[in-house]
Design a protein around this ligand. Sequence first.
Ligand SMILES: NC(=O)c1ccc[n+]([C@@H]2O[C@H](COP(=O)([O-])OP(=O)(O)OC[C@H]3O[C@@H](n4cnc5c(N)ncnc54)[C@H](OP(=O)(O)O)[C@@H]3O)[C@@H](O)[C@H]2O)c1
Length: 374
Amino acid sequence: MKQAETIPETFLGVGYTRDRAGLPLEAVRVPVRQPANDQVLIRVAASSLNPLEYKLADLNFMGRTPPVALGLDLAGVVVAVGPAVSGVAVGDVVAAMADLNGDGGWVATGAGGGDVGYALTQRFLTARKPPSLGFRDAAALPMAFLSAFAGLYRAVQAGDSIYVPGGGGGVGHLAVQMAARALGAGLVISSGSTPQSIALARQSGAHHVFDYKRDDIPAEIAQLTDDQGVDLVFDATYSEHGFVETARTVRRGGSWIVLGVGPGRTTRLVETQSPVDAMLAERGAKRVDVNLLRYFSEPATLDSEARAFLQRGMALAMEWATQGLVVPHIGRTIDSTVEAISAGLQSLKAGHGVVGKVAVIVDHDLVRDTSSDR
Ligand SMILES: NC(=O)c1ccc[n+]([C@@H]2O[C@H](COP(=O)([O-])OP(=O)(O)OC[C@H]3O[C@@H](n4cnc5c(N)ncnc54)[C@H](OP(=O)(O)O)[C@@H]3O)[C@@H](O)[C@H]2O)c1
Protein backbone atom coordinates (compact mmCIF):
# COMPACT_ATOMS: atom_id res chain seq x y z
CA MET A 1 0.00 0.00 0.00
CA LYS A 2 1.22 3.52 -0.85
CA GLN A 3 0.16 6.44 1.36
CA ALA A 4 1.09 10.09 1.78
CA GLU A 5 -0.09 11.46 5.10
CA THR A 6 -0.75 10.24 8.61
CA ILE A 7 -4.18 8.76 8.50
CA PRO A 8 -6.20 8.50 11.72
CA GLU A 9 -7.54 5.14 12.85
CA THR A 10 -11.12 6.37 13.13
CA PHE A 11 -13.29 9.37 12.28
CA LEU A 12 -16.66 10.61 13.43
CA GLY A 13 -19.01 10.04 10.51
CA VAL A 14 -22.74 10.53 9.94
CA GLY A 15 -24.87 7.41 9.69
CA TYR A 16 -26.90 5.00 11.75
CA THR A 17 -26.03 3.01 14.84
CA ARG A 18 -28.99 0.64 15.03
CA ASP A 19 -30.72 -1.64 12.55
CA ARG A 20 -33.58 0.29 10.87
CA ALA A 21 -32.83 3.40 12.95
CA GLY A 22 -34.25 5.80 10.32
CA LEU A 23 -33.91 9.57 10.42
CA PRO A 24 -32.47 11.61 12.02
CA LEU A 25 -29.04 10.15 11.47
CA GLU A 26 -26.48 10.07 14.25
CA ALA A 27 -22.76 10.60 14.73
CA VAL A 28 -21.01 7.25 14.25
CA ARG A 29 -17.36 6.52 15.02
CA VAL A 30 -16.03 4.30 12.26
CA PRO A 31 -12.60 2.89 11.45
CA VAL A 32 -10.59 4.30 8.56
CA ARG A 33 -9.74 1.10 6.71
CA GLN A 34 -6.57 0.62 4.70
CA PRO A 35 -7.17 0.00 1.00
CA ALA A 36 -6.95 -3.62 -0.11
CA ASN A 37 -5.76 -4.69 -3.56
CA ASP A 38 -7.73 -2.54 -5.99
CA GLN A 39 -9.13 -0.03 -3.50
CA VAL A 40 -8.48 3.67 -3.11
CA LEU A 41 -8.72 5.66 0.13
CA ILE A 42 -10.05 9.19 -0.34
CA ARG A 43 -9.87 12.17 1.99
CA VAL A 44 -13.28 13.64 1.32
CA ALA A 45 -13.78 17.25 0.26
CA ALA A 46 -17.41 17.16 -0.88
CA SER A 47 -20.34 14.79 -1.27
CA SER A 48 -24.04 14.95 -2.11
CA LEU A 49 -27.31 13.53 -0.80
CA ASN A 50 -29.10 10.60 -2.41
CA PRO A 51 -32.47 9.08 -1.42
CA LEU A 52 -30.61 5.78 -0.98
CA GLU A 53 -29.12 7.16 2.23
CA TYR A 54 -32.43 7.65 4.06
CA LYS A 55 -33.66 4.32 2.67
CA LEU A 56 -30.59 2.52 4.06
CA ALA A 57 -31.12 4.17 7.45
CA ASP A 58 -34.83 3.27 7.38
CA LEU A 59 -34.52 -0.32 6.21
CA ASN A 60 -30.84 -1.39 6.34
CA PHE A 61 -31.73 -3.60 3.38
CA MET A 62 -28.10 -4.28 2.43
CA GLY A 63 -27.87 -6.31 5.64
CA ARG A 64 -25.07 -4.26 7.18
CA THR A 65 -24.17 -4.51 10.85
CA PRO A 66 -24.36 -0.97 12.27
CA PRO A 67 -22.67 1.39 12.86
CA VAL A 68 -22.77 2.38 9.19
CA ALA A 69 -21.38 5.71 7.95
CA LEU A 70 -23.19 7.24 4.97
CA GLY A 71 -22.14 9.68 2.26
CA LEU A 72 -21.51 7.48 -0.77
CA ASP A 73 -20.89 10.19 -3.39
CA LEU A 74 -17.34 11.43 -3.04
CA ALA A 75 -14.92 14.01 -4.35
CA GLY A 76 -11.58 14.48 -2.68
CA VAL A 77 -7.90 13.64 -2.64
CA VAL A 78 -6.40 10.16 -2.83
CA VAL A 79 -4.42 9.46 0.37
CA ALA A 80 -3.63 5.77 -0.09
CA VAL A 81 -4.00 3.12 -2.78
CA GLY A 82 -3.94 -0.68 -2.71
CA PRO A 83 -1.05 -2.57 -4.35
CA ALA A 84 -2.95 -3.45 -7.54
CA VAL A 85 -4.15 0.10 -8.29
CA SER A 86 -2.88 1.79 -11.42
CA GLY A 87 -3.90 5.00 -13.14
CA VAL A 88 -4.71 6.76 -9.86
CA ALA A 89 -2.01 7.78 -7.38
CA VAL A 90 -1.67 9.34 -3.93
CA GLY A 91 -2.27 13.10 -4.22
CA ASP A 92 -4.62 12.82 -7.21
CA VAL A 93 -7.87 14.75 -7.05
CA VAL A 94 -10.77 12.42 -7.85
CA ALA A 95 -14.51 11.80 -7.86
CA ALA A 96 -15.84 8.40 -6.87
CA MET A 97 -18.77 6.39 -5.68
CA ALA A 98 -18.26 4.27 -2.58
CA ASP A 99 -19.59 0.72 -2.73
CA LEU A 100 -23.34 0.95 -2.16
CA ASN A 101 -23.04 -1.70 0.56
CA GLY A 102 -20.03 0.02 2.14
CA ASP A 103 -19.30 3.06 4.30
CA GLY A 104 -19.43 6.69 3.21
CA GLY A 105 -17.41 9.77 4.11
CA TRP A 106 -19.68 12.38 5.74
CA VAL A 107 -18.14 13.87 8.89
CA ALA A 108 -20.34 14.70 11.88
CA THR A 109 -18.39 17.68 13.11
CA GLY A 110 -19.25 19.94 10.21
CA ALA A 111 -17.05 21.39 7.54
CA GLY A 112 -14.22 23.20 9.29
CA GLY A 113 -15.07 21.47 12.59
CA GLY A 114 -11.70 19.78 12.78
CA ASP A 115 -12.52 16.22 11.78
CA VAL A 116 -11.67 14.78 8.40
CA GLY A 117 -13.76 12.23 6.51
CA TYR A 118 -12.26 9.25 4.71
CA ALA A 119 -13.91 6.71 2.44
CA LEU A 120 -12.77 3.64 0.57
CA THR A 121 -13.76 3.18 -3.04
CA GLN A 122 -12.89 0.71 -5.72
CA ARG A 123 -10.53 1.76 -8.50
CA PHE A 124 -13.16 1.22 -11.19
CA LEU A 125 -15.54 3.59 -9.38
CA THR A 126 -12.88 6.32 -9.18
CA ALA A 127 -12.14 8.92 -11.88
CA ARG A 128 -9.63 11.74 -11.90
CA LYS A 129 -11.40 15.06 -11.49
CA PRO A 130 -10.61 17.55 -14.26
CA PRO A 131 -9.22 20.82 -12.86
CA SER A 132 -12.05 22.86 -14.35
CA LEU A 133 -14.71 20.88 -12.48
CA GLY A 134 -15.25 21.94 -8.86
CA PHE A 135 -15.34 19.44 -5.98
CA ARG A 136 -18.98 20.29 -5.31
CA ASP A 137 -20.10 19.54 -8.85
CA ALA A 138 -17.90 16.46 -9.15
CA ALA A 139 -19.38 15.05 -5.93
CA ALA A 140 -22.94 15.61 -7.16
CA LEU A 141 -22.43 13.29 -10.10
CA PRO A 142 -21.43 9.73 -9.25
CA MET A 143 -24.59 7.94 -8.13
CA ALA A 144 -27.15 10.00 -10.05
CA PHE A 145 -25.04 10.12 -13.21
CA LEU A 146 -24.29 6.38 -13.14
CA SER A 147 -28.01 5.68 -12.72
CA ALA A 148 -28.88 7.73 -15.80
CA PHE A 149 -25.91 6.27 -17.67
CA ALA A 150 -26.91 2.68 -16.84
CA GLY A 151 -30.41 3.39 -18.13
CA LEU A 152 -29.62 5.36 -21.25
CA TYR A 153 -26.08 4.84 -22.57
CA ARG A 154 -26.69 1.67 -24.55
CA ALA A 155 -30.39 2.34 -25.11
CA VAL A 156 -30.68 5.75 -26.78
CA GLN A 157 -30.04 5.95 -30.51
CA ALA A 158 -29.56 9.28 -32.26
CA GLY A 159 -32.94 10.73 -33.19
CA ASP A 160 -34.95 8.67 -30.67
CA SER A 161 -37.91 10.11 -28.82
CA ILE A 162 -37.79 9.70 -25.04
CA TYR A 163 -39.92 10.52 -22.02
CA VAL A 164 -38.06 11.14 -18.74
CA PRO A 165 -40.62 11.85 -15.99
CA GLY A 166 -39.29 14.00 -13.14
CA GLY A 167 -36.70 15.97 -15.08
CA GLY A 168 -36.06 18.24 -12.08
CA GLY A 169 -34.87 15.36 -9.87
CA GLY A 170 -31.32 14.30 -9.06
CA VAL A 171 -31.30 11.47 -11.59
CA GLY A 172 -33.95 13.00 -13.86
CA HIS A 173 -32.18 16.26 -14.77
CA LEU A 174 -28.97 14.40 -15.62
CA ALA A 175 -30.94 11.87 -17.68
CA VAL A 176 -32.62 14.66 -19.66
CA GLN A 177 -29.25 16.30 -20.36
CA MET A 178 -27.66 13.00 -21.29
CA ALA A 179 -30.43 12.11 -23.72
CA ALA A 180 -30.72 15.57 -25.25
CA ARG A 181 -27.10 16.70 -25.34
CA ALA A 182 -24.78 13.73 -25.16
CA LEU A 183 -26.68 10.90 -26.86
CA GLY A 184 -28.51 12.84 -29.57
CA ALA A 185 -32.14 12.03 -28.80
CA GLY A 186 -34.41 13.84 -31.25
CA LEU A 187 -37.39 14.51 -28.99
CA VAL A 188 -37.04 14.74 -25.20
CA ILE A 189 -40.17 15.07 -23.10
CA SER A 190 -40.15 15.47 -19.33
CA SER A 191 -42.37 16.38 -16.39
CA GLY A 192 -42.40 17.94 -12.94
CA SER A 193 -44.82 19.21 -10.34
CA THR A 194 -43.35 22.57 -9.31
CA PRO A 195 -42.33 25.65 -11.30
CA GLN A 196 -38.70 25.06 -10.17
CA SER A 197 -38.49 21.41 -11.23
CA ILE A 198 -40.28 22.13 -14.51
CA ALA A 199 -37.79 24.95 -15.18
CA LEU A 200 -34.83 22.66 -14.45
CA ALA A 201 -36.15 20.00 -16.82
CA ARG A 202 -36.42 22.69 -19.53
CA GLN A 203 -32.96 24.09 -18.83
CA SER A 204 -31.64 20.54 -19.02
CA GLY A 205 -32.73 20.30 -22.65
CA ALA A 206 -36.25 18.84 -22.60
CA HIS A 207 -38.25 20.05 -25.58
CA HIS A 208 -41.59 19.67 -23.80
CA VAL A 209 -42.18 19.59 -20.03
CA PHE A 210 -45.58 18.77 -18.54
CA ASP A 211 -47.02 19.06 -15.05
CA TYR A 212 -47.61 15.48 -13.92
CA LYS A 213 -50.18 16.58 -11.35
CA ARG A 214 -52.31 18.52 -13.83
CA ASP A 215 -51.70 17.48 -17.42
CA ASP A 216 -52.91 14.38 -19.23
CA ILE A 217 -49.38 13.37 -20.20
CA PRO A 218 -50.20 10.21 -22.20
CA ALA A 219 -52.60 12.30 -24.33
CA GLU A 220 -49.99 15.06 -24.76
CA ILE A 221 -47.34 12.53 -25.78
CA ALA A 222 -49.75 10.83 -28.19
CA GLN A 223 -50.30 14.18 -29.84
CA LEU A 224 -46.57 14.94 -30.07
CA THR A 225 -45.80 11.53 -31.61
CA ASP A 226 -48.66 11.08 -34.11
CA ASP A 227 -50.35 8.63 -31.74
CA GLN A 228 -47.29 6.36 -31.77
CA GLY A 229 -45.81 6.96 -28.31
CA VAL A 230 -42.12 7.47 -27.55
CA ASP A 231 -39.30 5.07 -28.42
CA LEU A 232 -38.10 5.01 -24.83
CA VAL A 233 -39.25 5.86 -21.34
CA PHE A 234 -36.71 6.21 -18.52
CA ASP A 235 -38.62 6.23 -15.24
CA ALA A 236 -36.53 6.96 -12.12
CA THR A 237 -39.40 8.29 -10.01
CA TYR A 238 -40.24 5.27 -7.82
CA SER A 239 -43.88 6.34 -8.18
CA GLU A 240 -46.37 3.47 -8.54
CA HIS A 241 -48.99 5.87 -9.81
CA GLY A 242 -46.46 7.36 -12.20
CA PHE A 243 -45.34 3.96 -13.53
CA VAL A 244 -48.87 3.21 -14.74
CA GLU A 245 -48.98 6.55 -16.51
CA THR A 246 -45.53 6.35 -18.10
CA ALA A 247 -46.17 2.79 -19.33
CA ARG A 248 -48.99 4.28 -21.42
CA THR A 249 -46.58 6.59 -23.25
CA VAL A 250 -44.21 4.05 -24.81
CA ARG A 251 -44.68 3.03 -28.44
CA ARG A 252 -45.34 -0.50 -29.71
CA GLY A 253 -41.95 -2.24 -29.69
CA GLY A 254 -40.38 0.52 -27.61
CA SER A 255 -38.51 0.22 -24.29
CA TRP A 256 -39.77 1.09 -20.82
CA ILE A 257 -36.65 1.46 -18.68
CA VAL A 258 -37.15 1.59 -14.93
CA LEU A 259 -34.57 2.44 -12.29
CA GLY A 260 -34.57 0.40 -9.09
CA VAL A 261 -36.74 -2.40 -7.83
CA GLY A 262 -39.56 -1.67 -10.29
CA PRO A 263 -43.36 -1.65 -10.14
CA GLY A 264 -45.04 -3.22 -7.13
CA ARG A 265 -41.95 -3.24 -4.95
CA THR A 266 -40.96 0.37 -4.43
CA THR A 267 -41.51 0.37 -0.66
CA ARG A 268 -39.38 -2.80 -0.29
CA LEU A 269 -41.66 -3.79 2.61
CA VAL A 270 -44.83 -4.91 0.88
CA GLU A 271 -45.33 -6.12 -2.64
CA THR A 272 -48.35 -4.71 -4.46
CA GLN A 273 -50.03 -5.81 -7.65
CA SER A 274 -48.97 -3.67 -10.59
CA PRO A 275 -50.64 -3.60 -13.99
CA VAL A 276 -47.46 -2.32 -15.68
CA ASP A 277 -46.14 -5.62 -17.07
CA ALA A 278 -49.52 -6.45 -18.61
CA MET A 279 -49.74 -2.96 -20.11
CA LEU A 280 -46.29 -3.27 -21.66
CA ALA A 281 -47.06 -6.75 -23.01
CA GLU A 282 -50.23 -5.45 -24.61
CA ARG A 283 -48.23 -2.77 -26.44
CA GLY A 284 -45.42 -5.16 -27.36
CA ALA A 285 -42.99 -2.96 -25.40
CA LYS A 286 -39.94 -4.23 -23.56
CA ARG A 287 -39.37 -3.66 -19.85
CA VAL A 288 -35.72 -3.00 -18.94
CA ASP A 289 -34.72 -3.04 -15.26
CA VAL A 290 -31.72 -0.98 -14.27
CA ASN A 291 -30.37 -1.13 -10.75
CA LEU A 292 -26.98 0.03 -9.46
CA LEU A 293 -27.68 -1.59 -6.10
CA ARG A 294 -27.92 -5.02 -7.64
CA TYR A 295 -24.19 -4.95 -8.41
CA PHE A 296 -23.48 -4.70 -4.68
CA SER A 297 -26.31 -6.81 -3.25
CA GLU A 298 -25.69 -9.68 -5.68
CA PRO A 299 -21.87 -9.66 -5.99
CA ALA A 300 -21.86 -12.20 -8.84
CA THR A 301 -23.31 -9.48 -11.09
CA LEU A 302 -20.27 -7.26 -10.52
CA ASP A 303 -18.26 -9.07 -13.18
CA SER A 304 -15.49 -7.60 -15.32
CA GLU A 305 -18.00 -6.32 -17.89
CA ALA A 306 -20.00 -4.50 -15.22
CA ARG A 307 -16.81 -3.03 -13.76
CA ALA A 308 -15.66 -1.78 -17.16
CA PHE A 309 -19.12 -0.31 -17.83
CA LEU A 310 -19.21 1.59 -14.53
CA GLN A 311 -15.61 2.77 -14.99
CA ARG A 312 -16.58 4.12 -18.43
CA GLY A 313 -19.55 5.84 -16.77
CA MET A 314 -17.37 7.56 -14.17
CA ALA A 315 -14.95 8.73 -16.88
CA LEU A 316 -17.79 10.07 -19.02
CA ALA A 317 -19.33 11.83 -16.00
CA MET A 318 -16.14 13.88 -15.69
CA GLU A 319 -15.75 14.37 -19.44
CA TRP A 320 -19.33 15.40 -20.22
CA ALA A 321 -19.47 17.74 -17.20
CA THR A 322 -16.33 19.56 -18.36
CA GLN A 323 -17.72 19.80 -21.88
CA GLY A 324 -20.94 21.32 -20.50
CA LEU A 325 -23.03 18.43 -21.82
CA VAL A 326 -24.19 16.89 -18.54
CA VAL A 327 -23.81 19.37 -15.69
CA PRO A 328 -25.27 18.82 -12.23
CA HIS A 329 -27.63 21.47 -10.92
CA ILE A 330 -26.90 22.13 -7.25
CA GLY A 331 -30.20 23.25 -5.74
CA ARG A 332 -28.76 23.65 -2.24
CA THR A 333 -25.40 23.33 -0.48
CA ILE A 334 -25.13 22.25 3.15
CA ASP A 335 -22.34 21.61 5.63
CA SER A 336 -21.55 18.10 6.76
CA THR A 337 -23.31 18.02 10.14
CA VAL A 338 -25.72 15.45 11.53
CA GLU A 339 -28.47 18.08 11.70
CA ALA A 340 -28.04 19.55 8.20
CA ILE A 341 -27.74 16.16 6.52
CA SER A 342 -30.72 14.71 8.42
CA ALA A 343 -32.85 17.72 7.48
CA GLY A 344 -31.76 17.48 3.84
CA LEU A 345 -32.59 13.78 3.66
CA GLN A 346 -35.94 14.44 5.35
CA SER A 347 -36.77 16.93 2.56
CA LEU A 348 -35.79 14.38 -0.09
CA LYS A 349 -37.95 11.77 1.63
CA ALA A 350 -40.92 14.14 1.82
CA GLY A 351 -40.47 14.87 -1.90
CA HIS A 352 -40.36 18.63 -1.59
CA GLY A 353 -37.98 21.53 -1.47
CA VAL A 354 -35.16 19.97 -3.47
CA VAL A 355 -34.43 20.62 -7.14
CA GLY A 356 -31.49 18.86 -8.75
CA LYS A 357 -28.90 17.83 -6.17
CA VAL A 358 -28.07 18.81 -2.59
CA ALA A 359 -24.30 19.22 -2.22
CA VAL A 360 -22.51 18.54 1.07
CA ILE A 361 -19.27 20.36 1.87
CA VAL A 362 -17.27 17.97 4.01
CA ASP A 363 -13.98 19.88 4.16
CA HIS A 364 -14.09 23.63 3.44
CA ASP A 365 -10.30 23.94 3.57
CA LEU A 366 -9.81 21.29 0.94
CA VAL A 367 -12.54 22.71 -1.29
CA ARG A 368 -11.04 26.21 -0.99
CA ASP A 369 -7.34 25.48 -0.98
CA THR A 370 -6.81 22.96 -3.71
CA SER A 371 -5.57 25.05 -6.60
CA SER A 372 -6.89 22.52 -9.07
CA ASP A 373 -10.43 23.22 -7.87
CA ARG A 374 -12.54 26.16 -8.96
N1 LIG B 1 -31.52 1.37 -7.49
C1 LIG B 1 -30.76 2.26 -8.08
O1 LIG B 1 -29.86 1.94 -8.86
C2 LIG B 1 -31.00 3.72 -7.84
C3 LIG B 1 -29.98 4.64 -8.09
C4 LIG B 1 -30.23 6.00 -7.88
C5 LIG B 1 -31.49 6.41 -7.43
N2 LIG B 1 -32.44 5.47 -7.16
C6 LIG B 1 -33.79 5.88 -6.71
O2 LIG B 1 -34.38 6.65 -7.75
C7 LIG B 1 -35.27 7.61 -7.18
C8 LIG B 1 -34.94 8.98 -7.74
O3 LIG B 1 -33.70 9.43 -7.21
P1 LIG B 1 -33.33 10.97 -7.29
O4 LIG B 1 -32.00 11.14 -6.68
O5 LIG B 1 -33.57 11.46 -8.65
O6 LIG B 1 -34.48 11.58 -6.31
P2 LIG B 1 -35.06 13.06 -6.26
O7 LIG B 1 -33.98 14.05 -6.52
O8 LIG B 1 -35.82 13.13 -4.99
O9 LIG B 1 -36.07 13.15 -7.52
C9 LIG B 1 -37.31 12.55 -7.55
C10 LIG B 1 -38.05 13.12 -8.76
O10 LIG B 1 -39.20 12.33 -9.02
C11 LIG B 1 -40.20 13.20 -9.51
N3 LIG B 1 -41.49 12.52 -9.37
C12 LIG B 1 -42.06 11.98 -8.27
N4 LIG B 1 -43.24 11.43 -8.57
C13 LIG B 1 -43.42 11.62 -9.91
C14 LIG B 1 -44.45 11.27 -10.84
N5 LIG B 1 -45.54 10.64 -10.45
N6 LIG B 1 -44.27 11.61 -12.14
C15 LIG B 1 -43.18 12.27 -12.56
N7 LIG B 1 -42.17 12.63 -11.72
C16 LIG B 1 -42.31 12.31 -10.43
C17 LIG B 1 -40.05 14.47 -8.67
O11 LIG B 1 -40.62 15.57 -9.37
P3 LIG B 1 -41.15 16.93 -8.63
O12 LIG B 1 -40.11 17.31 -7.62
O13 LIG B 1 -41.28 17.91 -9.72
O14 LIG B 1 -42.46 16.56 -7.99
C18 LIG B 1 -38.52 14.56 -8.59
O15 LIG B 1 -38.03 15.28 -9.70
C19 LIG B 1 -35.11 7.49 -5.66
O16 LIG B 1 -36.17 6.69 -5.17
C20 LIG B 1 -33.78 6.79 -5.50
O17 LIG B 1 -33.69 6.06 -4.29
C21 LIG B 1 -32.23 4.14 -7.37
